[in-house]
Design a protein around this ligand. Structure first.
Ligand code: ATP
Ligand code: MG
Length: 230
């Protein structure tokens, strides 16, 4: 279980994340949404140890804040990046197996390739893949690490409809396996399809949280997305 308490991040004068709180239970998906610049990616950076933060983020009671990214990895946390970070000069197969090995796992590459519909592309260099497929390879690499907690930063961006459906299936299977998943995305259909709970951020702060239906009918959330008067 991931528990985030009073998490804050400042970059010079900009407070990108302000006292954010949420929990992601084992076997559940928390959708984290909000307009551009709301602080969603920075929240992921902070939890995974890539930026300095105040407050707390714990996996099963163990503090992650104040430690290096490798500490979070050793506690079972894996994150993806908003811009897919693949080794362009290596085939898909090696991107997945090396990624998992770095985190100390011996991956079941064939199974992961199959689950994400990547088997026929396993020998293609990552640099030669279309954008959406690169995103799926990043998700595949994350899954191959067999994480307890998975932080996904816009995995749905640039996917075709078919790829998106596949992503929904994969995330659903992961939650059934008991993973805690934090899903950041702008695709509200994806968020609604898989999230048990949704947290909405705006300008660094949480402005709403709860079940998807109540959050998306909250007037403040509607105004944040559509602007006043629309
Ligand atoms: N490394 C950094 N240095 C300075 N400011 C940063 C840095 N990273 C993010 N910011 C600022 O922090 C704020 C939050 O950015 P963040 O990338 O977390 O937003 P986001 O919710 O992920 O947006 P998007 O939906 O566009 O990805 C923005 O004002 C951004 O300019
Ligand atoms: Mg972002």
């Amino acid at each position: 279980m991931l528990k985030v308490s009073d998490l804050s991040v400042s970059f010079g004068g900009v407070q990108a994340v302000r006292r954010v709180n949420f929990e992601v239970q084992a076997g559940s998906v928390m959708g984290l949404v909000g307009p551009n610049g709301a602080g969603k990616s920075t929240t992921i950076e902070a939890i995974s140890g890539f930026v300095r933060a105040q407050g707390s983020a714990k996996i099963d009671g163990i503090e992650l804040i104040g430690h290096r990214p490798s500490h979070a990895t050793q506690r079972g946390l894996v994150r993806t990046f908003q811009q897919a970070q693949l080794w362009g000069g290596l085939p898909v197969r090696l991107n997945i197996s090396l990624g998992a090995r770095i985190s100390g796992k011996s991956p079941v590459v064939a199974e992961v390739l199959e689950r994400l519909g990547l088997t026929t592309q396993k020998e293609v260099y990552a640099a030669d893949l279309p954008y959406g497929t690169r995103r799926l390879v990043e998700v595949a690499r994350a899954i191959a690490c067999d994480p307890k907690v998975l932080l996904l930063d816009e995995p749905g961006a640039g996917l075709t409809e078919g790829e998106r459906d596949l992503l929904v299936e994969v995330i659903t299977a992961l939650k059934e396996q008991g993973k805690s998943i934090l899903l950041v995305d702008h695709d509200m259909a994806l968020i609604r399809a898989v999230s048990h709970e949704v947290t909405v951020m705006d300008a660094g702060s949480v402005i709403a949280s709860g079940d998807p239906e109540s959050v998306f009918s909250n007037p403040r959330v509607i105004e944040t997305y559509l602007g006043p008067g629309e």
